[in-house]
Design a protein around this ligand. Structure first.
Ligand code: ATP
Length: 319
């Protein structure tokens, strides 16, 4: 298990990480999402041992990054956001070079390289120069290289950027396959839709802090609750507002296109009871529904710092 606690990192006066905390369970396929500049690469570089944090703790399976930096490096496979492949090497030379970096040589190294190249679908490219590989193939080669030492955690920084949709899909399937075999994976992206279909867990980082994290199930439940109830009142608006304002599960209330948009943390039963309460109070309701939630809209809500709606009533911070 990876535990990051209160991680801080500044570049000069700029604070890229402001007390980031997160946990990745063994076997997770963890989507690390945030807008540009949120601090993803900084976090990943600290994990990979390429940057030092100013303060905070990183512990992977009991190994503390600050005390045992070298040991931690050996437990992490890192795929950077740039390929960094050596163009004038053949595929097998490239793999053997990195095997040697991890102390693997001879037959054991050759066998390991063969297994990995087969896993990423490059077994027929052993004798080809790295330079001649397509972008997607280079990405898969980087992945194979990162797995040479059978790391406890595979960390990938925006691995899909620059790949066409088909190659991206194939790459995702490959990661899911690896994860299915038990590999714990952290994958970063600034595009949520890149990850939400494939991940078991999601962490959303913004301005150097974790703003939302959990299993996909938890996050999707949160998505459902985060989208406002839309209540269209035909008659008796004052009474409707009085009921909503005094309701313990109602947060803010906004009006948009003659429809009340109500922040409501209740479940389906609470929704039904609220509707009943409105009807019993002679409020004529001509529409009552939850706006269709999506993880993308929640992401935008969390990471968009401008309030676009006209707030009628600033209620309890329910969510
Ligand atoms: P992106 O999705 O654009 O790659 P990111 O979430 O990976 O962004 P980081 O690269 O970690 O974000 O950067 C976080 C912040 O720190 C940004 O504002 C960036 O400009 C700043 N930053 C990153 N590296 C440096 C550096 N070497 N010197 C100064 N500022 C830096």
């Amino acid at each position: 298990m990876l535990t990051i606690t209160d991680l801080k990192k500044a570049y000069g006066r700029y604070h890229a990480l402001n007390g980031l905390s997160m946990t990745i369970k063994d076997g997770a396929l963890y989507g690390f999402v945030g807008p540009n500049g949120a601090g993803k690469t900084t976090t990943i570089k600290i994990l990979a041992g390429l940057l030092s944090a100013d303060s905070g703790q990183v512990i992977l399976d009991g190994v503390d990054a600050r005390r045992e930096r070298q040991a931690l490096k050996g437990m992490i496979g890192y795929v950077p956001d740039t390929f960094g492949v050596y163009a004038d090497l053949k595929v097998w030379e490239y793999m053997e070079f990195f095997s040697a970096c991890y102390g693997l040589e001879g037959l054991i190294a050759r066998k390991r390289c063969e297994v990995l190249l087969e896993q990423v679908g490059l077994e027929d490219r052993m004798d080809q120069y790295v330079d001649g590989l397509s972008r997607g193939m280079k990405q898969r080669l980087c992945l194979a290289r990162a797995l040479i030492h059978d790391p406890a955690l595979l960390v990938m920084d925006e691995p899909s950027s620059g790949l066409d949709p088909k190659t991206r899909k194939e790459f995702k399937e490959l990661l899911q396959e690896l994860n299915g075999e038990g590999k714990t994976i952290l994958i970063s992206s600034h595009v949520l839709t890149e990850l939400d279909q494939m991940c078991t867990d999601i962490g959303i980082i913004d301005q150097g802090r974790m703003v939302l994290s959990g299993s996909m199930g938890e996050i999707m439940a949160r998505v459902e609750r985060s989208d406002p109830l839309q209540i269209m009142v035909y008659q008796n608006m004052d009474q409707a507002m009085a009921i909503l304002r005094s309701h313990s599960l109602v947060g803010s209330i906004a009006i948009k296109e003659n429809c009340l948009s109500v922040e409501f943390t209740g479940d389906h039963q609470d929704e039904a009871l609220l509707l009943q309460q409105l009807i019993d109070a002679d409020v004529l309701v001509r529409g009552f529904f939850r706006k269709q939630g999506s993880l993308e809209s929640l992401f935008m809500q969390i990471t968009d710092h401008e309030d676009k709606e006209v707030l009628l009533y600033e209620g309890k911070p329910g969510l």
